[in-house]
Write a protein that binds this ligand. Sequence first.
Ligand SMILES: [Cu+2]
Length: 511
Amino acid sequence: MPAISRRDVLKSTAALGLGGILGGIGWGIVGARATVHQDQASPLGIADDLANPAELHSVDGRLHADLYMSISDQTLPSGPAQLRIFNDTLPAPTLRLQPGDTLEVAFENRMPPNPDRRDITVNVPNRFNTTNIHYHGFHVSPLGNSDNVYLEIEPGQRFNYVVQLPQDHPAGSYWYHPHRHGSVSAQVASGAAGMAIIGGALDEVPEIAAAVERILVLQAPVPGIDGVLDDEEPIWALTAERDFLVNGQFRPRIYIRQGEVQHWRVLHAGDAQFLPLRADGLEIYEVGRDGNPLQSAQLTELIDLAPGNRADLLVKAGELGHYTLLRPAFNQGTQAMLEFVMADIFVIAADDPRVAPGIDFGTEIPTGELPDNDILVDIEDDEITGHRTFVLGVSDVKGYFHDTLFTINDQSFDPGRDDVVTKLGAVEEWTLVNTTPFPHPLHIHVNPFQLVEINGEPAPGKPWLDTVPVPAAGSVKFRTRFLDFPGRFVMHCHILPHEDTGMMININIQA
Ligand SMILES: [Cu+2]
């Protein structure tokens, strides 16, 4: 049994009464079955166990979320901070959806007017109180009031998003975060992010369905020097993220019973540092990446997440004792990153009385092939309709932030330029070549891609991803189908200070 059963959800609906979180900015739904709200809670019911974030569940094909962004008083390990975040929570609520659902987000920008006085120059961080929302990894329209990252929602404005998921939307772990060019790094570095889960595929594997599910949203909010962040400087250095939080908690405790297998959905919602993760003494099997199932469960010692990546893990506990979820020291390009402990893990007795009654657990790891998401079929050579190469670079240009412009094919971002124009239905192979001494995690909107090569070598398992680290002075090759949704969207570096300073292109898919 999963920890959060349908029975619990129904109970929570009854407790809240209908419409407990119905926002009602113009949706006109009265008395219909409301989106279900579930408070944050430990999946084991243990008081000091890591709580899953609060959740909103779709009902009868519809999820209505009231979200706002404000400058919120929070306490970080480094002290009090004022953070630009959604709904005053770190992280924002998890959105739990099914393929075919309609997601309605009634969004309100509650931040104060922008204080900027200088002329706005594209590719210079600016107007930190202007925002929007991106549905990262969703295969949905990039137009209008859907996943449109060109929107600029100004302080005091409201906006109603309607995001229609296709019936064959791949299942998996996704997320949402602001994406307004110029303020995306400041807001994501503040902690504005939440998980989004689309049901199906992996969830139906019996061994995974039997596992208690944990959500781990990893973030390291960076406060301003004096109160609210009003300058890019505090987040510019790769080492700016110091105290990583898990679901808003610093170094939380995670409980797991002896012999238990838990399903961890891990989201890297930080803005710059990579997160290699290990939990020595526990068995970790990766079963999905960026929401998409791997071919089979892979036993691994090190889970390597770039900013934006998600991993679905099965974690199996052995001997009783204390373990850690650790980010070991490593080098990100030429920058040495320090080791730190993300969480303490306690393996407790299978019948530990602290666990709430009736929370069963699975003990098995699936051994066969994992189910595919239907539309993620291997792209073979004869399907390719075009090839392109993109060179990632950086240049010194006076007048820009730190005299730096990040570039793709020697150009920094221009909102008015179409860098790629192609037809709906095109199937392309793209090579990304990194000329810099740092890795850049490239993310493309709307359509996932199949990674086929890393540094000229075949990519093991050819995984489907939406964010791929391009190694320092290295390259990757991926294949993608531009399906279902015409319109304009972007590909960019998910080290977000790099995006805000130019490493992004426009892709225009013509019907
Ligand atoms: Cu980058």
